[in-house]
Design a protein around this ligand. Structure first.
Ligand SMILES: CC(=O)N[C@H]1[C@@H](OP(=O)(O)OP(=O)(O)OC[C@H]2O[C@@H](n3ccc(=O)[nH]c3=O)[C@H](O)[C@@H]2O)O[C@H](CO)[C@@H](O)[C@@H]1O
Ligand SMILES: C=C(OP(=O)(O)O)C(=O)O
Length: 435
């Protein structure tokens, strides 16, 4: 288990370049399975989850070539589908959440797709029903082994149809879209998720020859084609990392510039941080956060009632930034209710913040009220364990703002999604060591 040692209480300064988006990368990498032609991908983040998926693709027979930092080519022209029946696949597939998205492309191109219950954060129940209900609607035969927790779908030919998803699942929509692009006839997916990750995937598939319309909306219409060709794709900057750096700047009263953020793809994220009283300035395509020397004040709703920040499928506020919002609120002036609607176990990490001296009431597993300290009292350094990727970064931000030296264990959770985080934070003045 890796550990970070963090000496908190120092102001940071400088600029930071966000990595390529983790959740987009996981979709895009699975899409290379849809064509025998070469696909070139730029801005791939060097993070544990992405590297695990690349390794899984290699074992499946995909030819992978690293061209330069973040730039790879992939060619799925001679796959070894026997790997899908191996014990090794059961171990590899479980290693991350994103592996689930190999199922749609494999089913569409080779008539069968399998996956063990995938990994990812233990932040709630995370069912896969939407994925498989969609694939079954396209004509797939579904099988599930309860003992092995192993899922499979098979079909000679998929047939386009209309479907209304029960929930706007991000990876579920990606899986169904990647199956439907090679199905016979037209598929309409209503209540589709439309996060920038999915918009990027659909744009890439269209460049490969797919016919997807409605990109960016919750109704995707897909006219199936016989085959897809190669393309080049560049990942957007990671909006969750961008939100993390906004929170980090505010909590440590630091002036930070976040470079090339692709403002148009950030949705409501900047405004939600503004509601906490944080100044988020647009400078070209950068975000500039001035040093919040006098703190920041949480806004109330128009009628004077307490602000609530809740997650929702895109274009709502992403659940992956609620843990960051929560930690940043611990030093704000005022109070906020954080409502994590999607995941039932994602707020339990507040115990650690309470140990550090934060004023938080966990109302129930989904809701926490935060009463900010307005920097009148600093958080106390402590030893803690990172329970999931975003809680891990929130604890890291808390530790950087706290007085004294904190230790964060189980930093593999953070490395899952943040590239070289210690080195990048040291470059802006953080005192953080990997021990
Ligand atoms: C690898 C990857 O891309 N992971 C992301 C993806 O996970 P993932 O695709 O696994 O998450 P889903 O979108 O399927 O669902 C997330 C959770 O929200 C619930 N749900 C979903 C939609 C809805 O309308 N109502 C609802 O309650 C689901 O039951 C589930 O518990 O999307 C999540 C939701 O943005 C993010 O937290 C994850 O970082
Ligand atoms: C929950 C997340 O990731 P995963 O779906 O990979 O567990 C996340 O990125 O915040």
């Amino acid at each position: 288990m890796g550990t970070f040692k963090i000496e908190g209480g120092h102001q940071l300064k400088g600029s930071i370049q966000p990595q390529g988006a983790k959740n987009e990368a996981l979709q895009i990498l699975c899409a290379v399975l849809l064509t025998p032609e070469k696909v070139t991908i730029n801005n791939i983040p060097d993070i544990v989850d992405v590297n695990k998926l690349i390794s899984l693709l290699k074992k499946l027979g995909v030819k992978v070539e690293k061209i330069s930092k973040g730039k790879y080519t992939f060619q799925a022209d001679n796959l070894d589908l026997k790997y899908l029946e191996s014990d090794q696949f059961k171990i590899d597939g479980r290693g991350l959440r994103g592996s689930i998205m190999i199922v749609g492309p494999l089913l569409a191109r080779f008539g069968r797709g399998y996956i063990p219950k995938p990994g990812g954060d233990k932040i709630g129940r995370r069912r896969l029903d939407t994925h498989f209900e969609g694939l079954i609607k396209l004509g797939a035969k579904f099988g599930y082994s309860k003992e092995e927790q192993f899922y499979g779908v098979e079909a000679k030919k998929l047939k386009g149809t209309y479907m209304l998803l029960e929930e706007a699942s991000v990876t579920g929509t990606a899986n169904i879209v990647m199956a439907a692009v090679l199905a016979e006839g037209q598929t309409s997916i209503y209540n589709a998720a439309c996060e920038p990750y999915l918009q990027q995937l659909c744009k890439m598939l269209n460049r490969m020859g797919a016919k997807i319309s409605g990109v960016g909306s919750n109704l995707l219409v897909i006219d199936g084609v016989d085959n897809l060709g190669g393309t080049e794709h560049t990942m957007l900057p990671d909006m969750i990392e961008i939100g993390s750096w906004i929170g980090l700047a505010a909590m440590t009263k630091s002036e930070l510039t976040i470079k090339n953020v692709s403002w148009d793809d950030l949705g409501v994220i900047p405004n939600v941080f503004r509601k906490l009283g944080i100044t988020v300035e647009k400078q070209g395509d950068d975000i500039h956060i001035p040093a919040h020397t006098d703190g920041y004040e949480i806004q109330s709703f128009i009628d004077g009632s307490i602000l609530t920040i809740a997650d929702a499928p895109w274009p709502g506020f992403t659940p992956d930034l609620l843990s960051i919002i929560l930690v940043v609120a611990t030093q704000a002036r005022g109070s906020v209710l954080v409502h994590q609607k999607m995941f039932e176990s994602r707020l339990f990490f507040v115990d650690k913040l309470i140990d550090m001296g934060a004023k938080i009431i966990l109302c129930d597993p989904h809701r926490a009220t935060v009463i900010g300290h307005d920097f009148k009292s600093t958080l106390k350094a402590t030893t803690m364990t990172s329970p999931d990727i975003r809680a891990g970064v929130s604890l890291l931000i808390a530790a950087l703002s706290a007085k004294g030296t904190s230790t964060i264990q189980n930093i593999e959770q953070i490395d899952r999604g943040y590239e070289n985080i210690d080195e990048r934070l040291r470059a802006i003045g953080a005192k953080i060591e990997r021990v």
